[in-house]
Design a binder for this molecule. Structure first.
Ligand SMILES: C[S@@+](CC[C@H](N)C(=O)[O-])C[C@H]1O[C@@H](n2cnc3c(N)ncnc32)[C@H](O)[C@@H]1O
Length: 280
């Protein structure tokens, strides 16, 4: 019987993987965990999260961040495990059971300056007010605490073709939310839902091997109401690259008057990662 030379596999696999990611299959590879993604996250986590520290991981779902020895995370999610099982049947076998059911974008039930770390992987892109969400996460960190974030790279997932979100857009969302201008925010969020229906939803259907039938008027209206009023975090409101994530976090540092510092911005094939340290 012929055996496959490991050298041959070593040469062919990276090209095949690059081709699949370029063809928009990054999300599929991510789910199959063949992108070395866990390794990249683990490396950063072990470098930047202190052994023995305690914090939160929001929306771990099926991919809790590996933590250094003695570190402990309280798992926060908006949904209970049974709902997660129905919403994400693809991830159902390996779900993390949340310790705390809460709105992890606001964290109102968590005391200020109480956490050594906050981890949020593939959650920030679901937030309507991105800068406000980052401020909420900083608020519960102790001075010296670590914010660990990962977001999908738009061009390498089902958002390919959507424009990158600019800092001007993030700042306007933040100011409108602070001003309580819900009507203006609703208009902006409607634009995100329309982008999702035009670009992301057909790509998700293709990834799942389903054909995409554009919704008729009634179904389209039902989906818009669902995404605007009932489960706004079910879609990606904003789209990132490694560079745009770095720019957003530098804007955050300015917005909070230098109370945090960007320690690291990194990327694997399909996601951008960052470490932000709260300073005071
Ligand atoms: C796309 S999954 C991320 C899964 C995983 N962390 C990863 O890296 O792939 C988003 C997770 O965040 C949760 N989530 C969404 N909105 C939330 C909110 N407002 N508060 C808490 N959890 C939320 C979802 O239920 C889900 O478990």
């Amino acid at each position: 019987m012929n055996s496959v030379s490991p050298g041959l596999v070593g040469r062919i696999w990276p090209r095949l993987r690059r081709g699949m990611v370029d063809a928009g299959l990054g999300e599929l590879l991510l789910r199959l965990n063949v992108l070395g993604l866990v390794e990249t996250r683990r490396k950063l986590a072990f470098q930047h999260i202190a052994p023995g520290s305690c914090g939160l991981e929001i929306g771990a779902l099926h991919a809790p961040l590996p933590l250094p020895p003695g570190a402990h995370a309280c798992y926060v999610d908006k949904h209970c495990v049974d709902t997660l099982r129905t919403l994400r049947a693809d991830a159902a076998t390996t779900l993390v059971i949340p310790d705390l059911l809460a709105d992890g974008l606001r964290l109102h039930c968590i005391a200020a300056e109480s956490q050594d770390f906050v981890i949020a992987n593939h959650l920030l892109e679901h937030a309507q007010d991105t800068l406000g969400t980052l401020c909420n996460w900083l608020h519960v960190l102790r001075p010296g605490g670590t914010l660990f974030i990962a977001v999908p790279i738009g061009a390498r997932c089902f958002d390919r073709g959507r424009p990158l979100t600019t800092n001007e857009h993030f700042l306007a969302d933040y100011e409108l939310t602070l001003a309580g201008d819900t009507a203006a925010m609703r208009q902006r969020n409607l634009a995100h839902v329309e982008e999702h229906l035009a670009i992301s939803a057909p790509a998700i259907a293709a990834l799942q091997g389903q054909s995409w039938v554009p919704p008729g008027d009634g179904e389209r209206q039902r989906l818009i109401t669902h995404f605007l009023d009932h489960n706004p975090e079910q879609i990606h409101h904003h789209v990132f690259s490694r560079t745009s994530l770095g720019e957003l976090l530098h804007l955050l540092c300015r917005v909070v008057g230098g109370a945090c510092r960007v320690e690291r911005v990194a990327a694997s094939r399909v996601e951008a990662l960052a470490i932000v340290r709260r300073l005071r």
